[in-house]
Design a protein. Structure first.
Length: 362
């Protein structure tokens, strides 16, 4: 099946993004080492690759374009081949990774995202690549905002699309340098380059949450809630989140410590005096860190922990792969002993570090 390509529209009323704009963004983000860029062949990632190519040449850096074949659509192989030919034309190093295993019948988009990040970050770590660039843009951020609003997220969830963050499992720094640019701006950039891009039919598939949210967002924008106002709302939430995180980091330094490298100790009196939101974040992050499950514990489980440890007769409990015990005025957390991992073997004893804990609250 032939790959369906789209000729980019030169949106006259849309702002431009220039090589100089991108260069300034990348320098502000301190991208001064060789890096990788995730590419799907869509307009966003293709614009990012071409901008990155110019940046790499101007700064004598090397970069690799990496594509992931999820094998979820019949034409995915042909799309990868098209990207490979295009990268060869631009003389850009290209690598294709493939998701293996049985495909899910539900939560397909979530499955694809998790596998994509896993493969990309694993490759970067193996290849000693520090930075992985993704093409998330302003429209994506607005869609994420509404998706999380519908799910009932708090400030942290509503403001969680950061320009730069570290992938905990691999240590790879994931960079989103296009968050302040709209999709139309990126398409306009491709129009100037006279570069076609791949059409992805799933973007209009109403079976997917994001596609339905995209329609909702366009309706709200037509009612006067424009992208600029939405961007300001999200930016204000990010500032509020930064203030909370800064305050939280100070409390963690005084209330949390490591004992014998394998136990995390929390001063109970100081902990229960904190606002409930602070207690929740500290408990959730430490449970995730101790368990090494690389996923957040359920909110219900965290609230249960907060309630139980405040009781005078609390002695201990196990939750999210962690054992929690009380000793005098301290709460001690350590990994559940004898836990079996996905390979069927006992989970090895983990060692905790001050940096590991502090990184949870950045």
């Amino acid at each position: 099946m032939a790959v369906k390509l789209v000729k980019p529209i030169n949106y006259r009323s849309t702002a431009n993004i220039t090589a100089l704009d991108f260069q300034n963004t990348m320098r502000n983000l301190k991208i001064c080492k060789d890096f990788a860029v995730a590419i799907s062949g869509g307009p966003d990632s293709l614009a990012l690759v071409l901008l990155s190519d110019q940046y790499a040449k101007d700064n004598r850096l090397k970069f690799t374009a990496i594509s992931v074949d999820h094998s979820l659509r019949s034409d995915s192989k042909n799309e990868i081949k098209w990207i490979e030919r295009l990268m060869r034309k631009y003389k850009i190093k290209f690598i294709s990774l493939k998701v293996k295993g049985q495909k899910p019948k539900s939560n397909v988009m979530s499955y694809a995202r998790d596998n994509r990040y896993s493969l990309l970050t694993q490759h970067c770590k193996k290849s000693k690549i520090t930075f992985l660039l993704t093409a998330h843009h302003l429209d994506d951020e607005i869609e994420n905002f509404f998706m999380r609003l519908i799910r009932g997220s708090g400030i942290k969830g509503l403001s969680s699309s950061s320009v730069k963050h570290t992938h905990r499992k691999s240590g790879v720094k994931i960079i989103r340098p296009l968050l302040s640019y709209s999709k139309k701006t990126l398409i306009k950039y491709l129009a100037h380059k006279k570069q076609k891009y791949i059409f992805d039919p799933t973007n209009n598939d109403k079976r997917h949450d994001r596609s339905r949210i995209r329609l909702l967002t366009s309706k709200l924008i037509s009612e006067g809630l424009n992208k600029s106002r939405l961007a300001n709302i999200i930016d204000n939430l990010k500032k509020a989140e930064f203030a909370i995180q800064s305050s939280l980091s100070g409390h963690v330094k005084t209330l949390v410590r490591i004992r014998d490298k394998s136990h995390i100790v929390i001063r109970l009196k100081g902990f229960i005096k904190l606002p409930e939101e602070f207690q929740f974040r500290i408990a959730a992050n430490i449970l995730e860190y101790v368990s090494k499950k690389n996923k957040k514990p359920r909110a219900k489980s965290v609230l249960n922990v907060m309630e139980k440890i405040a009781l005078k007769d609390f002695r201990g409990m196990t939750v999210h792969g962690c054992t929690i015990v009380k000793k005098e005025n301290e709460i001690i957390l350590f990994q559940e002993r004898g836990r079996i991992n996905k390979t069927g073997k006992k989970q090895p004893l983990v060692h905790f570090t001050k940096k590991g804990i502090s990184d949870l609250f950045i």
